[in-house]
Design a protein around this ligand. Structure first.
Ligand code: THU
Length: 141
């Protein structure tokens, strides 16, 4: 699989999930798709709630799917949103991605027409705190 076709596959999965988003409040559907260490793709969408803070981002849904389906590493993630601006992951989701990714993991940001820009996770979340911090402090095994 070429890099381009791998990204196309993530884009298609994210768009399909985005089409199923539950967004009665923001009307801003988002889709996310992850490629895991085995090459499998896991997608999610945002799911809002009448109690607004209980809403979940698309990235959180995709990560949940990956873990439930047996994936353990994010090799690449693509996020697709609407509008003219880049739909970059919120701060909380950058940290959620961080748990399962490496500094160089690609984060592709797309609009309806395709990928607009690609970042590394480290660009979006520099000097991040992660599992390594706990390991070196002897806090987790
Ligand atoms: N949202 C995501 O799902 N992912 C992002 O990367 C940015 C924002 C959602 C949260 C909320 O349902 C809606 O977009 C508007 O903020």
């Amino acid at each position: 699989m070429t890099d381009a076709s791998a990204i196309d596959e993530l884009f298609a999965a994210a768009r399909a999930a985005q089409a199923r988003a539950h967004v009665p409040y923001s009307r801003f559907p988002v889709g996310a798709a992850i490629r895991d260490e085995a090459g499998r793709v896991h997608a999610g969408c945002n799911v809002e709630n009448a109690a607004y803070p209980q809403g979940a981002c698309a990235e959180a849904g995709a990560i949940s799917r990956m873990i439930a389906e047996g994936g353990r590493r994010i090799e690449a993630i693509l996020v697709v949103g609407e509008g003219a601006m880049l739909c970059t992951p919120c701060g909380g989701c950058r940290q959620r991605i961080r748990e399962f990714a490496r500094p160089g993991t690609p984060v592709h940001i797309a609009g309806p027409e395709g990928v607009r820009r690609s970042f590394t996770l480290d660009e979006l979340l520099p000097f991040s705190f992660g599992p390594d911090n706990l390991d070196t402090a002897g806090g987790a095994s």
